[in-house]
Design a protein around this ligand. Structure first.
Ligand code: VGL
Length: 191
């Protein structure tokens, strides 16, 4: 068994004070640091990767200012490439083997859309497979959106998948509850 940790979108704009701050985001950043530190959880993970929402021009993913966001398909502007809002939260102090950037020109909820920061053509799924990874743990923000989509895609790509809920934060209780049910039904282990 070779297990990787996928840290989803622990970025300033998704933490308190950000343009789409999720309650508990900064605490999740700290708890992920406790979980994995700089030694890959004492070797429990063979690889540690992180995704970033990284928007240049994501079309109507950013709400028309005249209409406002519906918080389902359209959102306040967030995680604009190369801005402080797109940076990892300061509480996240971990060693990562690679960062995957997603959403330059699309909505992109799943980390499996993400291209490696060091080589955009290398997508998360093939990067993991090339390193012999068969199992993944998923943590981060938000449980009901990008964690959900990334975990479901992990299963879809053949990885045995767990979501560690103590290290996730959700936007809203009802959508989080629905996401948990979908993940369970999809064969994901919720820990
Ligand atoms: C996210 C809503 C919009 C997330 C990203 O990272 O969960 N949610 N864009």
């Amino acid at each position: 068994m070779t297990r990787a940790l996928i840290v989803v979108d622990v970025q300033n704009d998704f933490c308190e004070g950000g343009s789409m701050g999720v309650d508990g985001g900064a605490d999740v950043a700290a708890s992920i640091t406790q979980l994995v530190g700089t030694d890959k959880a004492a070797g429990a993970y063979s690889q540690v990767v992180a995704t970033k929402d990284w928007h240049v021009d994501p079309g109507d993913h950013f709400a028309d200012p005249a209409v406002g966001p519906d918080f389902v398909d359209t959102w306040p502007p967030h995680c604009v490439a190369d801005t402080d809002g797109a940076a990892f939260h300061d509480n996240l102090a971990i060693a990562v083997d690679e960062v995957f950037l997603k959403g330059r020109h699309t909505a992109s909820y799943t980390g499996f859309d993400g291209g490696a920061a060091s080589d955009e053509a290398t997508l998360l799924g093939s990067w993991l497979t090339d390193r012999g990874v068969t199992e993944v743990d998923v943590v981060g923000i938000a449980t009901d959106h990008c964690v959900r989509a990334t975990a479901l895609d992990a299963v879809g790509n053949g990885f045995t998948t767990r979501v560690l809920l103590d290290h996730c934060a959700g936007v809203a209780p009802d959508t989080t509850e629905t996401a948990l049910e979908e993940m369970k039904a999809g064969g994901i282990t919720l820990v």
